[in-house]
Design a protein around this ligand. Structure first.
Ligand code: C2E
Ligand code: MG
Ligand code: MG
Ligand code: MG
Length: 292
């Protein structure tokens, strides 16, 4: 009996291991196929100016329409794509879709705002990002003022020649550079200054920590004064409540992004949002902002 139980345990352990391995391998091969067949779709989330109440820009966020699985979110596949060398071709598909979408909106007569594109460190290291972006913008007739690039702190502290050249090339194309998830990495003020970063997207963790009179408010305020000294625009990520919005307004945060205004939506729904005059009520005197 003991032998049987031992065997059973072994069998269980063995199956368990291979199950996760099989899951991983099948996700990898499904991702290969997704890139070959283009199963990706881009959703958009507006960024709103605190003083204007209007859309200032929007972020492109990729989703994978995986057959038999429905819509898969980036946290479930970006890491895998990076591990198996698919992030560059996938990233190129995102860039192409964004430029194509901007061209379509332009044709439909919508007032365009810039789109920010998330870029993995590997895309920068590939050394092909700026050339691909330029060719794509040209092909779709999209000017550089309509494209912004979101980089992670880990990507910009890499001072390798190829990354430095890519960042300089993006800059010279006239593309705005943004630091995403600011505060979670190790970038310094000096680096932000040297890189000539235009926008800081402060990580959602800082927004969550905000409430009147809290330490979180002090911390966010410190980021605000550093950024304003460097003439960098600050965006608060993941703003979910009107209370957070009001604290951010007192801190003179430039822009917000988050569910309090809108989650990421399809291109069609984004077009509807672009038609609205305001996404936050226009400020009247010292009045407070609220979502429209
Ligand atoms: P991120 O660039 O920091 O994007 C913000 C994430 O927070 C998005 O998740 C967005 O949907 C979510 N979010 C926005 N507002 C709120 C809010 O108020 N509350 C909460 N709880 N969440 C909010 P998503 O779309 O799942 O993307 C996750 C991450 O995947 C992104 O984080 C980005 O790092 C990466 N990613 C997305 N698209 C791409 C892409 O095309 N290429 C690359 N390389 N990475 C991408
Ligand atoms: Mg981002
Ligand atoms: Mg972020
Ligand atoms: Mg993030």
């Amino acid at each position: 009996a003991a032998k049987a139980a031992g065997k059973g345990r072994y069998a269980y352990y063995h199956t368990h291991l291979s199950d996760s391995l099989i899951l991983r391998l099948s996700k990898e091969s499904a991702l290969q196929e997704a890139v070959a067949k283009d199963e990706f779709v881009v959703h958009y989330q507006p960024r709103v100016g605190m003083s204007s109440g209007r859309i200032t820009s929007m972020e492109a966020l990729v989703r994978w329409q995986r057959p038999q699985h429905g819509l898969v979110y980036p946290l479930d596949f970006i890491d895998v794509a990076e591990d198996i060398g698919l992030i560059v071709p996938m990233g190129e598909m995102v860039i192409d879709k964004v430029c194509r979408q901007l061209a379509q909106w332009k044709q439909e007569g919508l007032a365009l705002v810039p789109v920010s594109i998330n870029v993995s460190p590997q895309q920068l290291k590939s050394g092909t990002l700026s050339a691909f972006l330029m060719a794509c913008m040209e092909r779709h007739g999209i000017g550089p003022a309509l494209i912004e690039v979101e980089l992670t702190e880990s990507a910009v502290i890499d001072r390798s020649q190829v990354v430095t050249q890519e960042l300089a090339a993006l800059r010279s194309l006239g593309i705005k550079l943004m630091i995403d998830d600011f505060g979670t990495g190790y970038s310094s003020m000096a680096q932000l200054h040297r890189l000539d970063v235009d926008v800081l997207k402060v990580d959602q963790a800082f927004t969550r920590a905000l409430s009147e009179g809290s330490e979180g408010k002090l911390l966010f305020g410190a980021i605000m004064s550093m950024a304003s000294a460097l003439d960098i625009c600050v965006v608060a990520e993941g703003v979910e409540t009107v209370e957070q919005l009001n604290v951010l307004q007192t801190l003179a945060c430039d822009e917000i992004q988050g569910h309090v205004v809108s989650q990421a939506v399809s291109a069609g729904d984004m077009a509807q949002l672009m038609l609205k005059r305001f996404l936050l009520a226009p400020p009247r005197g010292p009045g407070r902002l609220a979502p429209v």
